[in-house]
Ligand binder design. Structure first.
Ligand SMILES: Cc1ncc(COP(=O)(O)O)c(C=O)c1O
Length: 340
């Protein structure tokens, strides 16, 4: 998960969804199947929006309605301090700049942006396998990306208490918690020492809309809001977010659909000797000594999966969007050239 230099867009962290780079390497074609992200392939249907969502600057009352829908959906207390940002990434970037340089531990391996953004803001960052005694800030992605590592919520609450006792923070990134709401600490939002980040784009399949939320201590949430400035969330994102977060029947049906699809994907991978070692209902992680060769062979067939520079034996597979994509993946994995 190093830094890659792309002549068009400059230095960026290495992420899933980098289809442009795969096309540069393996060639263009209308047939690319991008399984490199953890985004729901069946997005929330975008409603026709009132013209004023596009035409006017967003009103405070619309933003308040979005925050209200988010507290409700995530199961947070009615008065829990919350800020909406243009993707949880914007909040991941903003938070480290509000805190004087200190010792930060990131439970790793995980989403590379956490360590990158704390470092960029001047903090001393270590990537650790377990919480330690020295850090003031501890960052945990829960459930984790890419391995799905998870903890009992009570254990995390205990950690938040410990961090608060040190005058620090536990930052929990719940970007992939929508499928397992019982794991979320949202009901405890507002607890001293606890910051929680939520991503709208993954479960709702609208990553391009750019919407995410942070819960945390009131003062910090106010500072994040101030740092984002006015109109950070577009009118269309406010309207679509508000409707989607309140659509209980779509949410329930989607959880069931993703669970079925992730089970089918796990069965397919297992049938090819790639039994998943972790994941969530939006992706499965496999470990294989031939991961690099598999990544290459799939790429040649225009199927992009996520590889990891720091873990060359890992591959992460997102959900194939339909039966044809499943059949293509099945054929590609069964291809004789892959069996080394
Ligand atoms: C664990 C995790 N957190 C946060 C994000 C940022 O997502 P977004 O900015 O779309 O909310 C990602 C994106 O891949 C992620 O994997």
């Amino acid at each position: 998960m190093g830094i890659v230099r792309n002549s068009e867009i400059g230095p960026v962290a290495d992420h899933g969804g980098a289809l442009d780079r795969a096309v540069q390497r393996f060639g263009p074609g209308p047939d690319w199947l991008d399984l490199s992200t953890g985004i729901n392939p069946w997005p929330y249907p975008i409603p026709v929006l009132p013209a004023q969502a596009w035409h006017r600057l967003p009103e405070q009352s619309a933003l308040a309605a979005l925050r209200h829908a988010a507290r409700d959906y995530y199961g947070a207390p009615a008065e829990a301090p919350i800020v909406a940002g243009p993707g949880s990434q914007a909040l991941i970037q903003g938070l480290p700049r509000l805190i004087p340089p200190t010792r930060v531990a990131v439970l790793a391996p995980t989403y590379a942006e956490h360590a990158r953004c704390w470092r960029l803001a001047g903090h001393a960052v270590s990537e650790v396998a377990a919480p330690g005694r020295a850090e003031t800030i501890l960052v945990v992605t829960h459930p984790n990306n890419p391995d799905g590592r998870r903890f009992a919520p009570d254990e995390l609450l205990g950690l938040a208490e410990t961090m608060a006792g040190r005058g620090g923070l536990l930052v929990i990134d719940e970007a992939f918690a929508d499928m397992t709401p019982e794991l979320s600490l949202a009901p405890k939002a507002g607890t001293p020492g606890l910051v929680m980040l939520r991503s709208f784009g993954k479960f709702f399949g609208l990553a391009g809309l750019r919407l995410g939320f942070a819960f945390g201590p009131a003062e910090l949430i106010d500072q994040l809001e101030a740092a984002l400035g006015p109109w950070a969330i577009s009118g269309p994102a406010i309207e679509i977010g508000r409707m989607a977060l309140a659509d209980a029947s779509w949410i329930l049906a989607t959880r069931a659909r993703l669970a079925r699809a992730a089970g089918d994907l796990a069965a397919l991978l297992s049938a090819h000797g790639l039994a998943p070692v972790g994941g969530t209902d939006l992706y499965r992680l496999v470990r294989s000594d031939r991961a690099a060769a598999l990544h290459e062979a799939l790429g040649r067939q225009h199927i992009l999966v996520r590889d990891f520079a720091a873990r060359p034996d890992w591959l992460r597979f997102g959900l194939p969007p339909d039966a044809e994509a499943m059949a293509r993946l099945d054929r590609a994995l069964g291809d004789g050239r892959m069996k080394s």
